[in-house]
Design a protein around this ligand. Structure first.
Ligand SMILES: [Zn+2]
Length: 248
């Protein structure tokens, strides 16, 4: 399977990256994981606007989901005619939450451009991928994912503060895409985000092959994030927009 980092800026888009969005492809199936601010534009650098087969949303903070609304506009009003619905897997209430962006009044059936499946911790299939989900530690309901295909696996933290769920989710994964929104420092708010050092600790305990730090906030120095994760003994990388990682 192939991972493309469409956007990896944390909390808001930066000058060089949209907010969170990842494209996972295998056997011709295209799964979009998160669709944050600016991601729909960047996604079109990699695949056609209507080439998406399914979407997974880790949680309903805007920097992970807000461009789903833009995508409903594109699918509803395409010159080629309304596009058929595709599945969206997200926390309970995703349809209602995204629909609110439209504002008061009828939305013209925009949310009918998708079929919504509520996530719960467990394992299920999306196309060729086996997907395991777990609750993360964040102010809203948030999920981490593990995607497995052909014996290879990608774990993704979504957004999370410290949690015991990350090590089992990422155990033995080939690539662990882990958020590191905060740099180490005093008085970091708890139960919100991780530091690079914490991400490195989880990746080490999980025995992940490669750690890719993501959700990097534009006002932080990326090289400092890299240094703070240096305790990880495997391959270490910082996510950047346009990055392609072949997994297996
Ligand atoms: Zn969040």
């Amino acid at each position: 399977m192939r991972l493309t980092v469409v956007g990896c800026a944390g909390s808001f888009p930066g000058p060089d990256s949209a907010a969170s969005c990842y494209l996972l492809e295998a056997d011709g199936f295209r799964l979009v994981v998160d669709l944050g601010n600016g991601a729909l534009g960047a996604l079109q650098r990699h695949i056609g606007l209507f080439d998406v087969d399914a979407i997974c949303l880790s949680h309903l903070h805007a920097d992970h989901c807000v461009d789903l609304y833009s995508y409903s506009i594109a699918r509803a009003y395409s010159p080629a005619g309304p596009q058929p619905p595709i599945p969206v897997y997200g926390p309970a209430g995703t349809s209602e939450r995204i629909g609110l962006i439209h504002g008061p009044g009828a939305d013209g059936g925009l949310m009918k451009r998708f079929t919504f499946e509520s996530l719960a911790p467990g394992t299920f299939e999306i196309g060729p991928f086996r997907v395991t989900t777990a609750h993360m530690n964040h102010p809203v309901e948030a999920f981490g994912f593990r995607f497995t295909h052909d014996g290879r696996s990608l774990a993704y933290s979504g957004d999370s503060g410290e949690t015991g769920e990350l090590v089992p989710l990422a155990r033995g994964s080939d690539v662990f895409l882990c958020e590191a929104a905060f740099l180490d420092g005093p008085d970091l708010p708890p139960d919100l985000h991780l530091t690079p050092g914490q991400a490195a600790g989880y990746a080490t305990r999980a025995g992940a092959g490669q750690l890719v730090l993501t959700h990097l906030q534009p006002w932080n120095r990326a090289e400092q994030a890299f240094r703070e994760a240096a305790s990880f003994g495997g391959e270490l990388a910082l996510a950047h927009a346009g990055q392609v990682i072949e997994i297996g």
